[in-house]
Design a protein around this ligand. Structure first.
Ligand code: XMP
Length: 319
């Protein structure tokens, strides 16, 4: 019968049979799929695996540490590449959302290409990806935008002279099955249940220019929101949640003085397929508590609003 244990053994055997004694490169994003794949590959082929995690400086608070912690079993097979300066430099002055995506995608390929070339020179032939069955269907069907949306994580843009064979052990699995594997492989709970997070990260949750100061403000506010969702046991009841920093400033009062702070939007949605989504009816007492915490702990923010628009017509992200 078809148990997660059975799937685990089958995939392990398949991977071993396919790659033999050769080396495998994997890009990990911090999401469930690539993290689970990292643990699976490591179980199957040990240090023939190199997993590369690019810190583009657009991650949530503590996210990098969480990934490092979760993938500690990999030991030196995990390479964390610190590239914040490169990404933030490239994003300077960029305000258009699509342009931000392009820049992040381009820099990601640059960083990853460096790693890939070094490995290729050492005879590495395989590039592993956490492609799931629905992704396979979608790219075969052509129509839907999400294959393209996810392009930079799926490392489509590597130069043609880098010849890797693709290894996609999850291409017949659904997300739930990957989550079951993750449990068997000991992937920690916060990553196993994590909401999706876009490849361009916080860059598309800061409307207008991305600066280190704005990133810092958004990171703190976002962390308060997400931590509160967990604390109130609401995290698993929504499909995705985000704080969005607008470039708007509004007037307020702090003590006896007028203040002038950023407008921050909170967004939480429920959805099955992310193609349509409903705004989440979070309890008002919860929203009240979050708004208080954010304005108290992040003085740069003067006003907190909650997005009550569904998709369509609004997208989940604001950019
Ligand atoms: P939208 O905003 O289009 O988002 O309703 C649908 C889902 O896709 C995610 N998303 C992205 N993921 N790169 C990604 O990897 C992107 O550029 C991107 N844009 C949106 C979004 O977070 C949501 O889960």
């Amino acid at each position: 019968d078809w148990t997660p244990e059975h799937t685990l053994e089958t995939l392990t055997a398949e991977i071993r049979a396919k790659v033999g004694r050769e080396r495998v490169l994997l890009a990990v994003s911090g999401g469930v799929d690539s993290s689970t794949l990292a643990l699976l590959l490591h179980r199957a082929i040990g240090d023939q695996l190199t997993a590369v995690f690019v810190d583009h400086g657009l991650l949530r608070l503590g996210e990098r540490q969480e990934v490092e912690q979760a993938l500690r079993p990999l030991g030196p097979a995990l390479r964390v590449v610190e590239a914040s300066e490169q990404f933030l430099g490239a994003l300077k002055g960029v305000v258009d959302p699509e342009q931000k995506r392009k820049v992040v995608g381009r820099e990601f390929v640059r960083v990853f290409e460096r790693e890939a070339r070094a490995l290729e020179a050492q005879g590495c032939r395989w590039l592993a990806q956490g492609t799931l069955y629905p992704d396979v269907i979608e790219s075969a069907g052509g129509g839907a935008g999400s294959a393209n949306i996810k392009s930079h994580h799926n490392v489509g843009g590597l130069p043609p002279d880098l010849r890797f064979e693709l290894l996609e052990p999850f291409r017949y699995l659904f997300k739930d099955e990957v989550r079951e594997l993750a449990l068997l492989l000991g992937l920690p709970e916060p990553i196993r249940r994590r909401h999706p997070f876009p490849g361009p990260g916080l860059a598309i949750r800061i409307l207008g220019e991305v600066t280190p100061e704005r990133l810092e403000v958004l990171r703190r506010a976002d962390d308060i929101f997400i931590s509160a969702l967990r604390e109130w046991n609401l995290y698993d009841q929504v499909s995705q949640a985000a704080a969005i920093l607008t470039p708007l400033q509004s007037v307020g009062v702090v003590g006896d003085e007028r203040s002038y702070g950023y407008v921050l939007a909170l967004r939480a949605v429920t959805t099955v397929d992310f193609m349509t989504a409903d705004w989440a009816r979070l309890p008002l007492e919860f929203l009240d508590e979050v708004a208080r915490r954010i304005t108290r702990q992040v003085p740069e923010i003067g006003r907190v609003v909650y997005d009550i628009t569904s998709k369509p017509p609004a997208t989940i992200e604001w950019e």
